[in-house]
Design a protein around this ligand. Structure first.
Ligand SMILES: *[C@@H]1O[C@H](CO)[C@@H](O)[C@H](O)[C@H]1NC(C)=O
Ligand SMILES: *[C@@H]1O[C@H](CO)[C@@H](O)[C@H](O)[C@H]1NC(C)=O
Ligand SMILES: *[C@@H]1O[C@H](CO)[C@@H](O)[C@H](O)[C@H]1NC(C)=O
Ligand SMILES: *[C@@H]1O[C@H](CO)[C@@H](O)[C@H](O)[C@H]1NC(C)=O
Ligand SMILES: *[C@@H]1O[C@H](CO)[C@@H](O)[C@H](O)[C@H]1NC(C)=O
Ligand SMILES: *[C@@H]1O[C@H](CO)[C@@H](O)[C@H](O)[C@H]1NC(C)=O
Ligand SMILES: *[C@@H]1O[C@H](CO)[C@@H](O)[C@H](O)[C@H]1NC(C)=O
Ligand SMILES: *[C@@H]1O[C@H](CO)[C@@H](O)[C@H](O)[C@H]1NC(C)=O
Length: 829
């Protein structure tokens, strides 16, 4: 009886996998085996047929059968649907018995793995969740979780959950402030949420969150939703106010200066030394108190900037670090500092009140405060010969003056002064030496009053020494009374020459500082004057012996003409008439020779130049669309002589005029509609223009080229560059239609062009034009013939494919769809 119903079981619906049986998929001898079976299948499924060899007569099944697995006549089958969620793996034992019920083979293990189907819905553990988040929390850092379970196998798609925020309320400008990790259900702030959420504006948000199984990617996945209430709380993690610390503090360190606090307890604080100081003098404890650990020095660093961070136990930042600014307040802890060495010279006869020089000390404390303002006081003079108080010092400026009388070198040639320089708290002693020098009662006298004639070519190198001049002074050597400064007082207004004094010998070296120029100054009558840095005593003055002359003749070196500019520019409208004056170039020959102008590189022959005046004219019609910036070289050549020449550039910019009609943006070939039309059809085309101005380039108008077409066709503008050509009805015959279309731009003047779109109505196979019905004049072109050939071949291939398909399908189901029905049509709008 069992064998009768067994025949009705369709073996094909039995799922077997991983079977260890080698003899056959469905039957074999007794041996250990593993089977995988989907849960939820119909009952009474045959799993395997075990063959018994005598003396075995029957089998015995034991283990986790759960009353589901049976064996009868060697057929292992299940009597009920399996449920993976009840038991995922059944461990069975199978033994072969003889007719007396004695085990003759086995028992062997039989393992049944139950495969999952998606028969369980995901469910949130709570119907409502509540959470809170601090303002400005780090984006992406979870502040709460939602959690759903699904009994299906988490190792298959069936048990893979996908979380999603469905609704955020309120939602302003479509900006999501919250995000959810689609795998873990972790909810965090988005970038916008981190920046924009503000409990002062709105502190309460509600989310609807969904969970789907099948990884959320399947239409048949189950889903469940929950509601999440979120409170936004104020952020107390913020940068502290700027801290002021007085430098050089003597209090015991560390000293608490400020503090930061994370929104919740348990954060780990640290400081970041962004300025990479070698000794970072700040620290933080785990209450967020910030300390300075040692005295600071304003003169070393007057402000500090560092960051405080709060991290969780795993070392991840809880939020952005906050800045801590520390300003170091000055105290007067630096004494005034003297300059290295101060030496003043004073002449024997200088009168009372004469300024001898300035003492300038410095102070490192903060400028323009009482800590750095200095006062000078003269406290000692050595020797006090012929009397004390020969000098005065001005209290705030440090100016030293003669206080009592003129000095005499035979009284004493050198004084040492001690000056006390004081700021608010400190005094420093500075020393000044005063040298009494001979009076400047001798003038420098040139050894030679006329240095004669010299001839130099104008290209003599800059820096060349051309002459050494020398004067003598009988005053005390190596003082300001005998040192000589040479000046050129006549003959060199441009400053082409320069005289440098040798401090040891007092000789003056005349060098070329700027290039000589024959054309500007062929002959120079130069006058030198010799002077002392110290003033002359009264009654003595410089006379003719302190002056010397020199005659410099510069010879010409023939130089090429020089253009007044390296690049000449001109601009003209591209429709300028032939012969229009476009601009001019000018060059000058340094020697004043006559020149002629010519052009070089006029590739298009657009220009000509007047060889005498340098004026440039157009020589042919210009076209911006060919070249919008036309560059040529202009040449100036000396006439006669060495015919030296030089070049410059002439750039002609062409401005646009509307001289191009609109045209189709690309070639439209092979446009077709499938015949017969089932509905009105249309296609889109694009128009462009070669002119420059974007204004009328993007503003075209479109019209049908013939009135008579208006019953069948319509052209409608989409925007400035695109238009739609549509049929007005469906009653078109097969064939090729040429549709003339008039395009206009809105330039000044407007331009108009007529283009033609060629549209074929043909029968379609699988979306391609099938049979090329002859065009209106009835003669197919070569292209069409090839098209017909190709489509014919394609159709044959198609038919063969269909026949083949049908033959295969007939064994199974049957009913093939009609392959003739055109499915996809290009150009459908
Ligand atoms: C979600 O709930 C399950 C079962 O209660 C638990 O094992 C899992 O850890 C929870 N996940 C989260 C992120 O809370
Ligand atoms: C799930 O989230 C990950 C990143 O967290 C993302 O790369 C992935 O595209 C998301 N999956 C879907 C289907 O949105
Ligand atoms: C601190 O001040 C004392 C005088 O008050 C001074 O001697 C010392 O050099 C100062 N230290 C620094 C680092 O400025
Ligand atoms: C002045 O000081 C310098 C150096 O300190 C010393 O050599 C010189 O002898 C002093 N002159 C007098 C007149 O004291
Ligand atoms: C320098 O040249 C001028 C004019 O050429 C001439 O009068 C004068 O005598 C010359 N002087 C000397 C020193 O050669
Ligand atoms: C200029 O003055 C000096 C004396 O200071 C005298 O020797 C010289 O002759 C004078 N030169 C002229 C040209 O007067
Ligand atoms: C040449 O052009 C300049 C300006 O570029 C103008 O000042 C000058 O007069 C022009 N010369 C001629 C000869 O046209
Ligand atoms: C004009 O319309 C076409 C077709 O709709 C579109 O592709 C194109 O981007 C549009 N151009 C402009 C400037 O809007």
């Amino acid at each position: 009886m069992a064998s009768t119903w067994l025949h009705f079981l369709c073996l094909l619906t039995l799922y077997l996998a991983g079977s260890h049986g080698q003899e056959g998929k469905f039957s074999g001898p007794l041996k250990p085996m593993t089977f995988s079976i989907f849960e939820g299948q119909e009952s009474n499924q045959i799993i395997f047929q075990f063959k018994a060899n005598s003396p075995a007569a029957k089998f015995e099944l034991t283990g986790e059968t759960d009353g589901i697995f049976m064996i009868e006549d060697g057929l292992l089958y299940c009597t009920k649907a399996l449920d993976r969620e009840t038991r995922a793996v059944h461990h069975l034992q199978l033994a072969a018995l003889d007719s007396q019920g004695k085990i003759v083979e086995g028992p062997v293990p039989i393992t049944i793995e139950v495969k999952d189907i998606n028969d369980n819905r995901p469910t949130f553990l709570q119907s409502k969740y509540e959470g809170s988040v601090r303002q400005n929390s780090r984006p992406g850092k979870p502040f709460m979780y939602v959690n759903a379970t699904d009994l299906d196998d988490p190792n298959t798609l069936n048990g893979q959950l996908f979380y999603q925020i469905v609704i955020q309320l309120p939602l302003v400008n479509n900006v999501m402030y919250f995000q959810i990790n689609n795998k873990t259900g972790a909810i965090s702030l988005t970038q916008e949420g981190s920046q924009e959420l503000d409990p002062a504006k709105n502190s309460f948000y509600n989310l609807v969150v969904s969970v789907k199984d099948m990884g959320g990617q399947d239409e048949n996945s189950f889903s469940h939703t929950t509601s999440v209430d979120i409170t936004v709380r104020e952020n107390i993690w913020k940068a502290p106010e700027q801290v002021e610390i007085t430098e050089n503090s003597t209090e015991p360190h560390p000293i608490k200066i400020t503090q930061v606090q994370w929104n919740d307890p348990g954060a780990y604080y640290s400081l970041v030394n962004k300025e990479k100081l070698p000794h970072f003098p700040f620290s933080i404890d785990q209450e967020g108190n910030i300390y300075v650990t040692q005295p600071l020095d304003r003169e070393e660093k007057e402000s500090h900037l560092f960051y405080a961070t709060a991290k969780d136990e795993s070392g991840k930042l809880l939020a952005y670090p906050v800045e801590v600014h520390v300003k170091v307040v000055d105290i007067n802890d630096n004494p005034p500092i003297c300059p290295a060495m101060t030496v003043f010279e004073v002449q024997e006869n200088e009168i009372v009140g004469s300024s001898i020089g300035y003492l300038s000390a410095s102070d490192m404390d903060e400028a323009n405060t009482v800590n750095s303002i200095l006062k000078y006081k003269l406290i000692d003079q050595t020797p006090k010969v012929p009397s004390d108080e020969l000098f005065l010092i001005e209290e705030y400026e440090g100016k030293v003056q003669l206080g009592k009388r003129s000095l005499k070198k035979q009284d004493n040639p050198q004084y040492n002064l001690t000056v006390e320089v004081a700021d608010k708290d400190f005094q420093t002693l500075c020393f000044v030496q005063v040298h009494v020098i001979d009076i400047n009662d001798q003038i420098p006298i040139f050894k030679v009053s006329d240095y004669g004639n010299m001839t130099l070519p104008e290209d003599t190198a800059i820096g060349s020494t051309i002459l050494v001049i020398e004067a003598t002074d009988e005053d005390e050597p190596f003082t300001g009374s005998s040192k000589i400064l040479y000046k050129i007082v006549e003959g060199d207004p441009e400053g082409r020459l320069e005289v440098v004094t040798d401090p040891q010998t007092n000789a003056g070296y005349v060098t070329i500082k700027q290039a000589l120029d024959f054309e500007a100054q062929p002959v120079a009558n130069i006058v030198f004057k010799a002077e002392n840095p110290e003033p002359l005593v009264s009654g003595v003055s410089y006379n003719a012996s302190s002056y010397a002359s020199f005659r410099l003749t510069v010879t010409d070196v023939n130089e090429a003409p020089v253009f007044s500019q390296r690049i000449f520019q001109a601009k003209v409208s591209e429709d300028a008439a032939v012969g229009t004056r476009l601009g001019n170039v000018t060059a000058r020959d340094p020697e004043g020779l006559a020149m002629r102008y010519s052009l070089s590189g006029d590739r298009r022959g657009w220009l000509k130049i007047d060889s005498v005046t340098g004026e440039i004219f157009s020589a042919a019609p210009l076209d911006r669309e060919t070249e919008s910036l036309y560059r040529v070289r202009v040449v100036a050549t000396e006439i006669g002589g060495s015919a030296l020449r030089s070049e410059a550039e002439f750039h002609l910019a062409l401005t646009d005029v509307n001289d191009n009609p609109p045209r189709l943006a690309k070639e439209y070939t092979g446009l077709f509609f499938c015949h017969p039309l089932s509905a009105a059809e249309s296609l889109i085309f694009e128009v462009t223009d070669d002119d420059q101005q974007s204004l009328w380039r993007s503003q075209f108008t479109f019209a049908l080229g013939r009135e008579s077409l208006q019953n069948d066709w319509q052209v409608s503008k989409i925007n400035g560059t695109h238009a739609r050509l549509s049929t007005k009805h469906t009653r078109f015959e097969e064939g090729v239609y040429e549709i003339p279309i008039v395009l206009s731009d809105e330039g000044k003047p407007p331009m108009q062009g007529t283009v033609s779109l060629s549209v074929t109505f043909c029968q379609c196979v699988e979306g391609s034009c099938f049979r090329q019905a002859g065009s209106h004049d009835g003669i197919p072109t070569v292209g069409m013939a090839v098209g017909i050939l190709l489509t014919t071949l394609l159709v044959i291939a198609g038919i063969l494919a269909v026949v083949f398909y049908r033959m295969k399908k007939d064994e199974g189901k049957g009913n093939v769809e009609n392959p003739q029905s055109p499915e996809a049509k290009p150009l459908r709008s």
